[in-house]
Design a protein around this ligand. Structure first.
Ligand code: NI
Length: 176
């Protein structure tokens, strides 16, 4: 297992569409495990492969609280089969947009199909935080960030701050 560096916005790699996984093999499982380890260490409740520079349709999720047992989900080619008419709003954050949060409205319940760690086709129904988190991660596979769901004004404010932070970090690295 290995910790992977997480790409932060703004970065063109976060805006690209990821390719489907042909089958979940040992290499895919390794990536899933590394992504889970990276997500837990961050800490975060979800991570998508493009966030670690792999343009593959793979996501990992675990919404268990600190006082609960781990409940890792690793999915390849997750695909929404159904979403509810009813919406839910959550304050979302993202490991690629550190320290920034905004309320995002999404369908409250979903049903999806995916390939699990053993390359088996699975279906899952989710609501609440799990539904939001899965939709957020699937968005990453299509180059969509949570800030793309909010007003342009707020989005640009967040991205400008992140760009400034990135530039100051780069300057510090050059200076060191
Ligand atoms: Ni994210």
């Amino acid at each position: 297992m290995a910790l992977l560096p997480i790409i932060t916005a703004p970065d063109p790699r976060l805006k690209r569409k990821s390719a489907p996984v042909e089958r979940v093999d040992a290499g895919t499982r390794q990536l899933m495990d590394d992504m889970l380890e990276t997500m837990y260490a961050a800490p975060g409740i979800g991570l998508a492969a493009p966030q670690v520079g792999e343009l593959k349709r793979i996501i990992v999720v675990d919404i268990a609280r600190e006082d609960e047992e781990l409940a890792p989900l690793a999915m390849a080619n997750p695909e929404l089969l159904w979403v509810s008419d009813e919406d839910a709003a959550y304050d979302e954050g993202c490991l690629s947009l550190p320290e920034h949060y905004a309320e995002v409205v999404r369908p409250a319940s979903i049903r999806l199909r995916y390939l699990d760690r053993e390359n088996e086709i699975r279906e899952l129904e989710a609501d609440g935080l799990l539904a939001t988190c899965i939709q957020h991660e699937i968005d990453h596979l299509d180059g969509v960030l949570f800030v793309d769901h909010i007003s342009a004004l707020k989005r640009n404010m967040i991205l400008r701050k992140l760009l400034k932070l990135k530039k100051s970090e780069q300057k510090a690295e050059v200076g060191a």
